[in-house]
Design a binder for this molecule. Sequence first.
Ligand SMILES: Nc1ncnc2c1ncn2[C@@H]1O[C@H](COP(=O)(O)OP(=O)(O)O)[C@@H](O)[C@H]1O
Ligand SMILES: [Mg+2]
Length: 298
Amino acid sequence: MMIPVPNPFTPKTGWEPKIIVGRDTDLEFFSRKLYEARRGRCDHFVITGDWGMGKTSLLYKFKELAQAAHIFASLVSINEFTRKNSDLDGVKYLIEQIPRRFPVPLSQLKNFMKEMKALDVEVIGRGLIFPKKVEGIHPQTLLTDALLALWQDIQEHSEAGVILLDDVQNFQPISGLFTILKNALTDEQIIKETKFFFILSSIPSGWEKFQAKHHPIGRYFSPRIQLQKLNKADMRKVIQSALEETGVEFEEEIIKRVISHAEGNPYQLQQVCAGLYDKQIGGKVSLIKKIEPEEDIF
Ligand SMILES: Nc1ncnc2c1ncn2[C@@H]1O[C@H](COP(=O)(O)OP(=O)(O)O)[C@@H](O)[C@H]1O
Ligand SMILES: [Mg+2]
């Protein structure tokens, strides 16, 4: 029996697409900003895009680019917070998640661990349990001190610390956190002594309120890069490159329909193609018969 080649399409977030298309400008922008960050000018920015537009995939790429330049990068996917949570919960989350995603074990982050110990934070594996008493500390102080300690640990290994926060709209119920983050990053000591470079991603509605004219958060995390729809030629490239070496072919008419259906959204493109790939017969995906209405094939 012929063993079919595994489905080459990547509709799940976290599955790296075979090629990333249409993001050259964004990648160049990041490289330029990373260069500036290494020289001490951290120009934090935000990426917005609807579901499936490729925010997570782009952040992964940023992380790869940073690591290729031997720069520490930590990609944190923000949890969903509720109104029952406080700004402090958000800060605790960041303090727990950022260090554990750097490419060294927590035990090597000596200053950070010392700082945690001084607060009686319990370390279990790579998780942190904060004692009740931290509620008496202002979250901004907690975040600033944790970042300062963390910088002391990584500065001998890395020229900057890239921190990628994915899906920050999940912070919406505790949106005071953005002010805390901004204030921590504009703390004099943080600016003088550290090179943390933050990149945030959000769905557009999650960032809307910060886009009001001269809003301090929108102004601070700027520019805002709005992820663009993929153009037809790029979508075609995605399909062709995925199908390479699979022995499977999509008929031209199918490709055209898929491209028009996806409307430039990479997730939709990957998802429809993954479905069609699974339905291949003998290595071919074609319009076997005229199906009405047209939408049925998807
Ligand atoms: N630029 C791109 N080129 C090709 N495929 C992409 C691109 N961006 C994303 N994808 C694919 O689309 C899917 C959705 O992307 P994702 O990064 O999860 O979107 P978002 O985080 O904005 O919801 C991913 O599984 C990935 O395979
Ligand atoms: Mg995502």
